[in-house]
Design a protein around this ligand. Structure first.
Ligand code: HEC
Ligand code: HEC
Length: 387
């Protein structure tokens, strides 16, 4: 064995080790900086606003302060252009095929259920029920999240077990509890039975239907389910009259006193992380994926756009209204092991709670008409007008 070569290998393994630890250091510093950035904002707002809020013209002052900002803090603002994965480019034909598949009951074992049975456009792509109703009417363990703007999220499902929309879509089709289609062969057989389907798959993918192509087309359709032009978006884009004094006060509370933006930050109002808000009892949440004890009871921070349109709330649908959600946070949540340190009593007044809810309602947007192929999404028209 050549001694020099062995020494060289040891050397390069060491420098690789060093590079990983430098990288880890950088990531930790970034997290640290992000935390302090948030903390400084929160403290500044608190100092500026507290005395004024305690006295008479509090609303006017809150509005003046937030209006005077060039940019909203913590990345809150309009949604950026969506990144499309290189291996699944959008095309009008693919989106239309995905739309048809999303509403196609042939994708379920007994032909009774499509994606839209649970993600119903009339309920803002959720279902209005605490927990989803699956195959043969059986209640599932979790609440149906909306699909609107899910394309922006880094993780799919409450525990984040899928990292792309393509990966996610394969889940419900074959899950025995959900759509319960026996296997891919049956899926292909059913789709091939309709000659027009076969042609569409050929035109879009240059080959016949497969589970992979089905999930690609559905994901392409879901990437058009983006909402824009909410009153909050108009405000963030510079229209200072788009929010009322109460809503602006709600936005201030969201950022500062109520600490909501500690987790619901960025343009889609989520940190794309998993947090333990002490909701629910038996669901282990994120730890089912990571096997880390520290992730037990943590769930994906959901985005809050259109949140007023899809009650009830939380992974188990246990909070029926936005009022109940605010009450829950105000009291610091349930007692539970591993609860986030940011879940502590807030002490909001009745007026402040109302303002916070008024602000959340300004996040109702509409599905952009030009992303809907041929305007062919019947019930989504209900979503068009943001109050
Ligand atoms: C029986 C009701 C039901 C059906 C049918 C269903 N889903 Fe879901 N969907 C759910 C539930 C419940 C969850 C959350 C499950 C979890 O977190 O474990 C979910 C999660 C999702 C998510 C993740 C959203 C997020 O924010 O994490 C997407 C995207 C989604 N479904 C799309 C689809 C598509 C596409 C189909 C059809 C192929 C489909 N669903 C069929 C109930 C359903
Ligand atoms: C510690 C992080 C954290 C903080 C702080 C926080 N949230 Fe959340 N929020 C979450 C997580 C995680 C969930 C999902 C919890 C679950 O389902 O178990 C959630 C869920 C919600 C939901 C339900 C959304 C849905 O689709 O079901 C609403 C509404 C909400 N939060 C609003 C707020 C408001 C308003 C505040 C401030 C008063 C706030 N949150 C503070 C992390 C946080």
């Amino acid at each position: 064995m050549n001694w020099m070569a062995t020494a060289g290998k040891v050397q390069s393994a060491r420098s690789r080790g060093r590079a990983t630890s430098v990288l880890r250091e950088i990531i930790m510093q970034y997290e640290f900086a992000r935390f302090w950035c948030y903390a400084v904002w929160a403290i500044l707002f608190f100092i500026c606003m507290q005395p004024r809020l305690a006295h008479g013209q509090n609303l006017e002052n809150a509005a003046q302060l937030i209006d005077s900002l060039q940019e909203l803090p913590i990345g809150l603002g309009t949604l950026p252009t969506l990144k499309i994965p290189a291996d699944n480019p959008q095309s009008p034909e693919k989106i239309e095929l995905g739309r048809k598949l999303f509403f196609n009951k042939e994708l379920s074992g007994d032909h009774s259920m499509s994606c839209a049975s649970c993600h119903d456009p009339a309920s803002a792509f959720s279902d209005g029920k605490p927990r989803a109703i699956g195959f043969r009417g059986k209640e599932l363990g979790r609440h149906t999240p909306t699909v609107l703007n899910a394309a922006y999220d880094s993780y799919q499902f409450w525990d984040g077990r899928a990292v792309s929309l393509e990966q996610q879509a394969a889940g419900p089709i074959t899950s025995t509890a959900e759509m319960n289609l026996p296997d891919e062969a049956e899926l292909v057989r059913r789709l091939n039975a309709d000659p027009s389907h076969r042609q569409e798959f050929q035109a879009v993918f240059g080959e016949g239907p497969s589970l992979k192509n089905v999930t690609k087309a559905i994901a392409a359709y879901e990437r058009t389910l983006i909402t824009t032009n909410s009153r909050f978006d108009r405000y963030a884009a510079g229209d200072k009259d788009a929010l009322t004094l109460h809503e602006k006060n709600g936005l201030m509370l969201f950022i500062a006193k109520a600490r909501c933006s500690r987790c619901h930050d960025g343009p889609n109002f989520t940190d794309n992380k998993f947090q333990n808000t002490a909701v629910g009892e038996n669901d282990e949440g994120r730890s089912a994926v990571t096997r880390q004890e520290s992730d037990r009871g943590a769930f994906k921070t959901p985005g809050l756009r259109n949140v007023a349109l899809h009650a009830p709330y939380m992974h188990d649908g246990s909070l029926a209204t936005l009022e109940a959600v605010i009450e829950y946070y105000d009291r610091g949540g349930n007692d539970k092991k591993g609860k986030s340190p940011f879940m502590i009593k807030i002490g909001l007044s009745r007026d402040e709670k109302d303002d916070l809810i008024a602000f959340l309602k300004t996040l109702n947007g509409s599905v952009a008409a030009d992303t809907l192929v041929g305007n062919s999404l019947p019930a989504a028209s209900k979503m068009r007008t943001p109050q």
